[in-house]
Design a protein around this ligand. Sequence first.
Ligand code: NAD
Ligand code: DAU
Length: 358
Amino acid sequence: MSAGAILVTGGAGFIGANFVLDWLANEGSPVVNLDQLTYAGNPANLAAAAKDARHVFVKGDVGDRALVGGLLREHRPQAIVHFAAESHVDRSIHGPAEFIQTNVIGTFSLLEEARGYWSGLAGTERGGFRFLHVSTDEVYGSLNGADPAFTETSPYAPNSPYAASKAAADHLVRAYHHTYGLPAITTNCSNNYGPFQFPEKLIPLMIVNALAGKPLPVYGDGLNVRDWLYVADHCAAVRLALRKGRPGETYNIGGRAERTNLEVVRAVCAALDELRPDRAPHAKLIRFVKDRPGHDRRYAMDPRKIEAELGWRPRHGFESALRKTVEWYLDHMDWVNGVTSGAYRDWTELNYGQGGRA
Ligand code: NAD
Ligand code: DAU
């Protein structure tokens, strides 16, 4: 990758914002941040970059080809890092259309514009250009208890509309490398947690509900397993894949931190018991509710390829980083109150309230 700006999509969301802040702190080059600011995108996530002249924020859709083409011609980025997506499995069950629009059509549009731009480059600019597509472990489907973790050669078997839309995007990225030679890399990561995660996802939802004395809804028997990774470790892996990853390759990223959902929720409660002892025990708020339709039983990533090839290692252990995350939410109640808006309350009513799952 040569020196110069990067174009990040979805950089006002949870992982994208962490990545933009991490990039500005660790790399010298500018970031053009294209984000549509859906319910999940929040300019407040980028407050720390507000005075950094290297950060250029553009509100817009990845599927807007004229806009994307113009940004590429104007900023001549050395790389595109594609985070923008509809990301919540439950929302994809209630309404899959937006997932197809952004995750599939949006990725296709971005690839087309990237191909046109890259084709016009020459010399080191062309040789150094990268398209990095950020994907998920969910494309591989569900594991049983004793199955080995997913590797880069595990067959695709997506089970939710979200997972299917990400799988479709992954296939398009693969095809653009294979057919046109676009220097694309795909990273498939396990469940992230950390600052700025929207409280529709398990860990921040449990923190926010527990603080409000509301029920902690655990789907089914609570024994579904996810492989948890602190978001800063994911950001470091993406930076490394940009710098050292081989075009055409995919890299699995995971924290080797498999936990049942019940273990995760109990760990959140234990951290809150220490930090807010007046409300202890928070675990008394746990409620088992109707399961998510088609709920994948277990995900686990085998990260040996990215460890061996790129020298990546997660630097954060689950228990300590989870506690740090709980502390972050307690210290940022203004942020929490800002995102739990009317639209958020409509969602919780749909998913957990009357007509929903609870
Ligand atoms: P998020 O929902 O928090 O953020 C998504 C961002 O994309 C938001 O800022 C939103 O405004 C923006 N966006 C949505 N549609 C857009 C469009 N059409 N044009 C431009 N911007 C648009 O998601 P996240 O959890 O930060 O996930 C980021 C990426 O990482 C996604 O591609 C997701 O599939 C992938 N991923 C997430 C996890 C996880 O645990 N959260 C794990 C592995 C992979
Ligand atoms: O695995 C990577 C994926 O992780 C990403 O690709 C997705 O973008 C991200 O949303 C996440 O998907 P999950 O479905 O695993 O995350 P979620 O936080 O929604 O749920 C985690 C587990 O907790 C899952 O087994 C469902 C369960 N759950 C979730 C919620 C919101 C509950 O038991 N109760 C809840 O209220």
